[in-house]
Ligand binder design. Sequence first.
Ligand code: AMP
Length: 125
Amino acid sequence: MPIDAKLPYDDGNIFARILRGELPNKTVMESEHSLAFHDINPLAPIHVLVIPKGAYVSWDDFADQASDAEIADLTRMVGKVAVAVGADTQGYRLLSNVGKRAGQEVAHLHVHIFGGAPLGPMLAS
Ligand code: AMP
């Protein structure tokens, strides 16, 4: 179920605008179904976002609605980007915030890749 099943996907969200070319981004990698770009406000030396090009609000929405090709493409891109930016050499973290409790700010599915420094505990206390 999407984060708020009562609301439709909002085409005006920032990542939808990036995908339409209305806002700039620092692209790391692009494929048929996915786009990876640097986070505008990095929280680690390496902080890249990977998003599907399709209109999915969350991981569960994506898992339920996306085609196998889209899911394979995004999953592979996450791994490829981690290697391409050198995050794999000393370890990295993947994170996808879903919904209010997780603090999701942009209602278009995105996977954060963090790396380049020790990342501390998994959750802030
Ligand atoms: P979340 O809190 O998981 O929804 O994360 C949203 C992320 O999007 C934050 O880390 C923001 O810094 C990032 N962000 C917001 N606007 C942009 C943008 N125009 N380009 C790149 N990253 C962005």
